[in-house]
Design a protein around this ligand. Structure first.
Ligand SMILES: C[S@@+](CC[C@H](N)C(=O)[O-])C[C@H]1O[C@@H](n2cnc3c(N)ncnc32)[C@H](O)[C@@H]1O
Length: 486
């Protein structure tokens, strides 16, 4: 039995506040279960959590068991967890089901950033006789991709925010905290109800949910922030509604990108988390430009993870019998071959209007906590590097490293081959690895404090290095966000 997500149910602000007060948050649950990231929560580890982490029964243990591990708790523990009015509100909302002296939840509650988000259980097969596969109308729980997008979203105040392919409504819920009005859209009626249910539960008056196909329910409305985690998996057959994006994986995401010029407000930002199949010799940016059909937009591609096509096929193969599993892997691999995909790349895409459209590609570690300000700083560095006045400003002023920098160098000992170097700003939530030229490395190393560019040029001239090389290297470091005007 699943939850209908009755949108006429009560607000659950009391129950949600109680959960927050006992540490039912990303950090609190991780601490309790011994996880580095809530994304590491695994079905197969449930017995270990129970035996090693939840033996001491307190309110947090009961909340984790009930709302994340899909387990049952005795009524006495529920009394410890929630006061009677909150229990009644949760029961009226259809969340709690009591039987034989114990209680189960018909949905899970996922901590994401500052929000608590109801959605269908992460493991629908568990305790649901007859669910051999994921049901068609399943609302996606909070996945790795959901967390990446939530953590990387730019949290500027905006008038209006749109969350396309909203599922549980997680991104709309988070946007409602910094947008005048948030709008969530999903084609799955259960997902649309789940998003509205979450808004009601959290007592949010500025979140509307619409059911429909992408931008269709929106007319010509424009938004200051558009977030989207579309179905993107290139699947041999359309099996999981929230996951599969047709045989190419692009059926929905292509239309999302193509619609941006009609729905992104001036000065606004659109952010997508997705996967793209990569073909040899075809840069991903070419595909995105084709989808944008000439619209003057800046595109930032942040590559977060790359999986070879074969490993991707194996990861998606299924079947209980080994022969069925191998058949399934064969079908997935054949589809990826037919598409010409050599690798699947997880990317975070950012689009902004720009008179002079540019494309930038970076390689980052997936965000482990809120990384919006870091992405904001990177986009600002790109704009600064493109400013025609930058060179004069650099020549006349002083430069400094923008923060503590971690430098990684490799050289073959005893060989004359030059060293290669990479640098990243230390301590970031989403560190970006920047390859460095030898000149960039040398400049970065000598900038222990603010330095006048004129002094750097004079020292370089003594060593026979031309101004042009130094200025170009400085501009490259500015663009990488490693150095800025002091
Ligand atoms: C990968 S899930 C993302 C859910 C949620 N945004 C998150 O990040 O956790 C993709 C969602 O897109 C929805 N979807 C698929 N095709 C759609 C379409 N044509 N229009 C609107 N939503 C669609 C699915 O129902 C599903 O809820």
């Amino acid at each position: 039995m699943t939850l209908t997500f009755d949108v006429h149910g009560p607000t659950l602000t009391g129950a949600l506040a109680r959960l927050a007060s006992i540490g039912f948050s990303e950090a609190g649950v991780c601490r309790r279960l011994g996880l580095e990231d809530l994304d590491d929560l695994q079905l197969r580890a449930i017995p270990i959590y129970r035996q090693e982490r939840l033996q001491e029964r307190d309110a947090l243990a009961a909340a984790i068991e009930l709302l994340l591990l899909q387990g049952a708790v005795p009524e006495a523990e529920l009394d410890q967890l929630f006061a009677r009015p909150d229990q009644e509100a949760l029961a009226d909302a259809g969340i709690l089901q009591q039987a034989d002296g114990s209680v189960r939840a018909l949905a899970s509650l996922y901590p994401v950033g500052r929000a608590l988000v109801f959605s269908d259980h992460a493991w629908p097969q568990m305790n649901q006789t007859g669910y051999a596969t994921v049901p068609r109308d399943q609302v996606m729980g909070i996945g790795t991709d959901s967390r990446w997008l939530a953590r990387a979203t730019l949290r500027r105040p905006v008038g209006s925010a749109l969350d396309l392919c909203c599922g549980s409504g997680v991104h709309a819920l988070l946007a409602a905290a910094h947008a005048g009005q948030a709008t969530a859209v999903d084609c799955n009626p259960r997902a649309a109800r789940c998003s509205a249910f979450n808004a009601k539960a959290a007592g949010l008056a500025n979140l509307e949910t619409l059911q429909g196909d992408l931008y269709a329910p929106l007319g010509d409305r424009r938004f200051g922030l558009i977030t989207c985690n579309p179905p993107f998996v290139p699947a041999p057959a359309q099996e999981v509604g929230y996951r599969d994006g047709g045989r190419s994986g692009e059926e929905i995401q292509r239309r999302v990108v193509a619609g941006l010029p009609l729905h992104l407000a001036e000065g606004g930002t659109a952010q997508l988390v997705t996967e793209l199949g990569e073909r040899d010799g075809e840069p991903l940016e070419d595909r995105l430009r084709t989808w944008l059909d000439g619209a003057p937009m800046a595109i930032h591609i942040l590559r977060l993870r790359t999986i070879p096509a074969q490993a991707y096929a194996i990861g998606h193969g299924d079947g209980d019998a080994y022969a069925d599993f191998l058949d399934s892997v064969g079908r997935w691999a054949a589809n990826l071959r037919a598409q010409g995909y050599r690798r699947m790349v997880s990317v975070l895409l950012t689009f902004q209007w720009s008179r002079e459209p540019w494309t930038r590609v970076d390689q980052a570690h997936p965000p482990v906590r809120d990384a919006g300000p870091e992405l904001e700083a990177l986009l600002a560095a790109e704009r600064l590097a493109r400013d025609p006045g930058l060179e004069d400003r650099l020549r006349a002023g002083r430069v400094v490293r923008t923060g503590p920098v971690a430098l990684l160098e490799s050289r073959s000992l005893g060989a004359p081959a030059p060293a290669t170097a990479q640098a990243r700003l230390a301590g970031l939530a989403m560190p970006i690895e920047h390859p460095l030229t030898a000149m960039e490395r040398d400049l970065l190393c000598c900038l222990d404090g603010p330095a006048a560019t004129a002094d750097l040029l004079a020292a370089a001239a003594k060593a026979g290095v031309a101004d042009r090389m130094v200025l170009d290297a400085l501009a490259a470091l500015v663009r990488k966000g490693l150095v800025g005007p002091a």
